[in-house]
Design a protein around this ligand. Structure first.
Ligand SMILES: [Zn+2]
Length: 555
């Protein structure tokens, strides 16, 4: 071969590189993904190598590149990018799924039978923990008692929260451990249920729940691991390939790191460190984790709380609650404290994500970011987030833009809360509540999640709520404040690319584009062609993370 010919051949090879090999080929699918501009793309086949997307396209174009690949026939089903929940609580989901569950019990006898069975099935549990009871449904006309619980479990303490989390039911063993006697006084903001002689009967309301809660042991490492396994399995089942964990402590951090090292995570986790105290100091003494362990673990952010929740009127409002004219709710900390916590995290390069439900809390968060940016102007680029941004004054919504804040919102909160929320805040303030469209319209990045286990982790419930603003009974007709509805493409973007962006991972997650992780799901219907009212009924047939199948409905 003469030199000129060889050079021109080399030049040709350089312009047309050898086609990349593939080890997985998924074809015969109705594939959808957003591209990096957020536009919807269709494909019939997906080529994967070493856990990453090689190409999407037609079967005709890609089949010849799949010679050495494992082939999956999608049987014409719909393939979507794996969904990312931008705000969930992973271990809490695991606990909720493994604890004694009294949800739906129709009588106290049914509840007691469930507790008895649960205790028998869990002989090693030191405490029987659970919840979901509602004495109103039981038509008891009173609260249940410790003595009734003692009849089914007396060898161990039992502690069961009411369905709304605002009361809990103990047996005698639990009360003994907590030192509760007839001399125990009701704490401020709390009440101990008592009989005519003043003896505690077993139910603790609001602030009084802390009296027993304080002696409930911290979960052991093994209990944490069981909760994580349970939550990971549930996330894979509902099609979540990623989650932003909205608040971890030190043991949770160590568990995640161990699972990442042992390749046991089946969803990509972006975990926020709860507060800037000791756990933050310990964790940030080492280098931040960014896509640690093949992109499975990122810990580079902090979670703070500005206020409580709307249902219990713990959300901090600028003006009193419409249904409680003497109550504004409560800010958890002063603006000065909040700004100094933000600055502490910024100084280490950590992103800051702050829970804010009420309009006063949201305003405090905006003010505090503005203060902290004066000291750390570079931190505007950290993708700082307001978690929930639930009720925001119409005057404050535009401030998200110059402060470069992401709105991390939960569509199912709107459809679960709609009636209660309007009672609490009235017609005027509701205009700035659950106002996804307002944020999107001004160019704010909106990331969607569920806040599981407060809501179901099923992201199709969230997509449905975002698109219809209706509950599963199609109520209210036309949707609740329908001007805030999103299109399915916009909602999908918030559950994929924007959620990835909020977790600093949009270069590797959130869409099926060459070079990104092959995180995808097969589902039983084409969500883009069905009646939007049916989106929540979508079932996941299979879930793949990094090209590895982590869930199959067939098994
Ligand atoms: Zn949360």
């Amino acid at each position: 071969m003469n030199r000129t010919l060889r050079l021109s051949l080399l030049a040709l090879l350089a312009t047309a590189p050898a086609l990349q090999a593939a080890d997985l080929y998924v074809h015969n699918v109705k594939g959808y993904t957003l591209d990096s501009h957020g536009k919807l793309q269709r494909f019939d086949a997906l080529l994967v190598d070493d856990g990453k997307v090689v190409a999407t396209g037609t079967d005709a174009a890609l089949a010849k590149r799949a010679d050495d690949a494992t082939v999956i026939d999608g049987h014409g089903k719909t393939l979507l990018p794996g969904l990312i929940d931008a705000h969930g609580h992973v271990l809490e989901l695991g606990y909720a799924l493994t604890q004694a569950d009294l949800t739906g019990t129709q009588s106290i006898d049914e509840a007691l039978a469930r507790i008895k069975d649960y205790a028998k099935a869990h002989p090693d549990a030191r405490w029987i923990i659970g919840g979901g009871w509602n004495q109103v449904i039981w038509k008891l006309g009173r609260f249940p008692t410790a003595r009734e619980l003692d009849a089914v479990v007396s060898d161990r303490p039992v502690w069961l929260s009411r369905v709304d989390g605002h009361a809990a039911w103990a047996n005698t063993a639990a009360m003994k451990l907590a030192g509760i006697t007839r001399d125990t006084k009701d704490p401020p903001g709390g009440r101990i249920e008592r009989d005519a002689q003043g003896n505690p009967t077993g139910v603790f309301v609001d602030g009084a729940t802390a009296l027993v809660g304080a002696v409930v042991p911290e979960p052991t490492d093994r209990e944490r691991a069981v909760a994580l396994d349970t939550a990971l399995a549930e996330m894979a089942r509902v099609g979540l390939t990623g989650v932003d964990d909205a608040g971890i402590d030190l043991p949770n951090y160590r568990l995640y790191k161990r699972y990442a090292d042992e390749h046991k995570l089946t969803a990509r986790i972006y975990a926020m460190i709860r507060d800037t105290g000791d756990a933050f100091d310990t964790i940030t003494a080492g280098a931040p984790l960014d896509g640690y362990g093949d992109g499975y673990l990122t810990v580079h952010s902090v979670k703070l709380f500005a206020d409580g929740a709307l249902g219990s009127r713990g959300a901090a409002m600028l003006k009193p609650y419409s249904d409680d004219p003497h109550n504004h709710g409560l800010l958890f900390m002063s603006p000065g404290t909040m700004a100094s916590k933000i600055e502490k995290a910024f100084a280490k390069g950590y992103q800051v994500n702050i829970h804010a439900i009420g309009d006063a809390a949201n305003r405090e968060v905006l003010d505090s970011f503005a203060t902290a940016y004066k000291v750390h102007p570079d931190a505007r680029a950290f993708r700082n987030r307001v978690e929930h941004a639930q009720i925001v004054s119409l005057k404050d919504i535009p401030r998200f833009v110059p402060l470069k804040l992401i709105a991390s919102m939960q569509p199912t909160h709107a459809t679960s809360d709609m009636n209660m929320a309007e009672d609490r805040v009235g017609h005027e303030r509701i205009e700035g509540a659950y106002a996804w469209r307002r944020f999107l319209k001004q160019g704010t990045v909106v990331a969607f999640g569920s806040d599981f286990p407060v809501e179901s982790p099923n992201p199709f419930f969230g997509l449905h709520a975002a698109v219809t603003r209706q509950d599963h009974q199609n109520q209210p007709p036309g949707g609740w404040y329908p001007d805030q509805k999103l299109s399915l493409v916009e909602a999908l973007r918030a559950f994929t690319l924007s959620a990835a962006y909020a977790g600093r991972a949009e270069k590797t997650q959130g869409s099926l584009e060459p070079g990104k992780y092959a995180d995808f799901i097969l589902v039983d219907r084409d969500v883009f062609s069905i009646n939007p009212q049916d989106i929540w009924k979508t079932r996941v047939l299979g879930t793949w993370v990094g090209g590895k199948q982590v869930y199959s409905a067939a098994k």
